[in-house]
Design a protein around this ligand. Structure first.
Ligand SMILES: [Zn+2]
Ligand SMILES: [Zn+2]
Length: 568
């Protein structure tokens, strides 16, 4: 149990209270508790009830609730509401854009208690006929249902990473360190994972199968399993699992095949042979041996996607991929000046304590009113504080940036004389996301042509498993960035990972620098850089082409030189 799990329970409670139309004051007290826990640095686990009550925003009764969640995983009031709610309705509550009032109407008026029943009622037009719904709402619900169905059983890499490594450790304990290896999508660090897969070396498959079934929390699907393959799922969270059982002499071949995407396996290698041919040719003693015999450079696991890696490996031109340790600073972050959780000082000190040489702060610009965007007076105050902090924290340095909204017509959010005050500018789209390819591309192009744009922020605005990005012509955008010397961000927030890694290689061939930015709104999410590095590597990103692999002095020179080219 941790703060996050407690918040989850409280949020569920709030949803159910709204559904059952509980006392609004009571609902508000739960909401303010969630905000308090979410904001603070407190670890609820280490507090006794008296200490809990003293926290502003948490009263006596919620302190007891939290205690009960920590000790038992739930509390009586929540259990009571759950028992009065049809189970399938909880799934309906997960749907995007459907508030508790509407859900209650669907439940009470149409008797809907599951997503399946909801879909049927939409298809027959019953939902549109409900008071306060209409055809448009019905269409939105259908779209949300389809989106939910298509994402069922899928997880962000970041959501599943810790769990996968735990299981990896457990498997190694049982089968031996060298007899267990991750394969499949997770081994290739794909951004969305729907199946966790391992290869296990064993000379006795039925014994291995028995051992697997002794693991807690796994369910085997016998119909999908075979003597070579254990198929099933992890119970909580529910995600598909595959264990492939192979003897020593087939282990390396299987490893190479099972870590490759179909496109990689079908990619032409040498003399009319595909990569699959090479991987199956003979029993290798190591993966390296397979590439060596084919006269190719070793292809790291995460590159086995069938994009550029085979050609590059044949020509011995695979780059040395960027690593976490190569990153010298963190650009694109928010503070309490806009919608961040921590002050400028807190953001800077944490960044410095993690060993970085600089922080690029880029709060939201003035149009982003919802996010407390900075007007000109606020910018001046922030710059003053940055200068004072820079004296105090030297040699550590805060660079003055802004995340400028790209307005509807592609212009930036301040007049030139204000833009000129910053060291760097991240230009991003945050509003009016509903655009066709032509409109979205034109809007971005104008922002890229603006000489003040240093970095193009999250180019498509996508939120993985939540919403698609607006469609853009990637090639045109990347070409323009090359022409105007604009770096492109890999936004390292695990929900974004935007620029998509599938376009990173093309950007690199056009000499476009990539910035790995966490877009932190919280000093505790700098570690998201790790996810940016993982997908950057998938696109073939090297240290040389990573903007924030420049050290502080080089970064200073880069920003200055870039600004010097702007014609006044
Ligand atoms: Zn943004
Ligand atoms: Zn941002």
């Amino acid at each position: 149990m941790d703060n996050k799990s407690i918040i989850k329970k409280l949020k569920l409670t709030i949803q159910l209270m709204e559904l059952h139309e509980e006392n609004p004051f009571k609902i508000r007290s739960y909401q303010s508790a969630v905000i308090t826990i979410d904001r603070g640095e407190i670890s609820l686990m280490e507090m006794n009830p008296e200490e809990l009550q003293k926290i502003n925003g948490i009263g006596k009764s919620i302190a007891e609730v939290i205690r009960s969640i920590i000790e038992t995983g739930s509390f009586p009031y929540l259990e009571e509401m759950l028992s009065n709610t049809p189970e399938g309705l909880l799934e309906v509550m997960q749907l995007k854009g459907l508030g508790p009032k509407k859900i209650k109407t669907l439940w009470k008026e149409l008797g809907i208690t599951s997503t399946h029943e909801l879909m049927e009622a939409c298809q027959s037009g019953q939902v549109a006929d409900l008071k306060g719904f209409g055809k448009k709402t019905q269409d939105t619900i259908i779209a949300a249902l389809e989106f939910q169905a298509s994402n069922l059983g899928k997880y962000l890499y970041a959501e599943i990473e810790e769990l996968a490594f735990q299981l990896d450790g457990n498997l190694k304990e049982v089968f031996g360190e060298n007899n267990v290896v991750r394969v499949g999508d997770f081994a290739r660090n794909l951004e969305i994972i729907s199946n966790l897969e391992w290869l296990i070396k064993t000379e006795n498959r039925s014994e291995a199968n028995t051992k697997l079934n002794e693991f807690e929390g796994l369910t085997q699907n016998y119909r999908l399993s075979s003597p070579f393959t254990w198929n099933g799922h992890l119970n909580d969270p529910e995600i598909a699992l595959t264990f492939r059982l192979y003897p020593e002499e087939m282990f390396v071949n299987e490893f190479l095949i099972r870590t490759s995407s179909p496109e990689h396996l079908n990619f032409p290698a040498n003399d009319g042979q595909t990569m699959a041919h090479i991987y199956r040719k003979k029993a290798y003693t190591s993966p390296e041996e397979a590439y060596e015999e084919a006269g190719m450079q070793y292809i790291p696991t995460e590159l086995r996607e069938g994009y550029f890696e085979v050609e590059a490996a044949k020509e011995h031109k695979l780059p040395k991929l960027v690593e976490n340790e190569d990153l010298k600073g963190i650009l694109h972050n928010h503070s309490t000046y806009s919608d961040g959780k921590h002050s400028l000082r807190e953001m800077a000190e944490q960044c410095r304590d993690l060993g970085y040489e600089y922080l690029g702060i880029s709060d939201h610009s003035q149009t982003a009113v919802y996010a407390g965007g900075l007007d000109v007076a606020k910018i001046e105050r922030q710059h003053q504080e940055i200068e004072e902090l820079n004296k105090e924290l030297a040699p550590f340095k805060i660079f003055k940036g802004i995340e400028s909204d790209i307005l509807g017509d592609g212009s930036l959010d301040y007049p030139d004389e204000v833009l000129a005050k910053f060291d760097f500018i991240v230009s991003s789209i945050h509003s009016v996301l509903n655009m066709d390819t032509q409109k979205a591309t034109a809007r971005l192009l104008r922002a890229i042509q603006n000489p003040y744009t240093t970095i193009l922020g999250h180019p498509t605005g996508r939120l993985l498993l939540r919403r698609d990005g607006y469609p853009i012509d990637h090639k045109t955008i990347i070409d323009a960035c090359a022409k105007h010397n604009v770096a492109i961000e890999i936004n390292a927030n695990p929900w974004r990972l935007d620029l998509d890694w599938r376009w990173v290689h093309y950007a690199l061939t056009q000499n476009v620098m990539i910035a790995i930015n966490p877009d932190s709104h919280d000093k505790n999410t700098y570690n998201h850089m790790h996810y940016g590095v993982l997908v950057g590597r998938k696109g073939g990103l090297s240290k040389d082409m990573t903007l924030n692999a420049l050290d502080k002095n080089e970064m200073e020179v880069y920003f200055e030189k870039r600004k010097a080219t702007i014609k006044k």
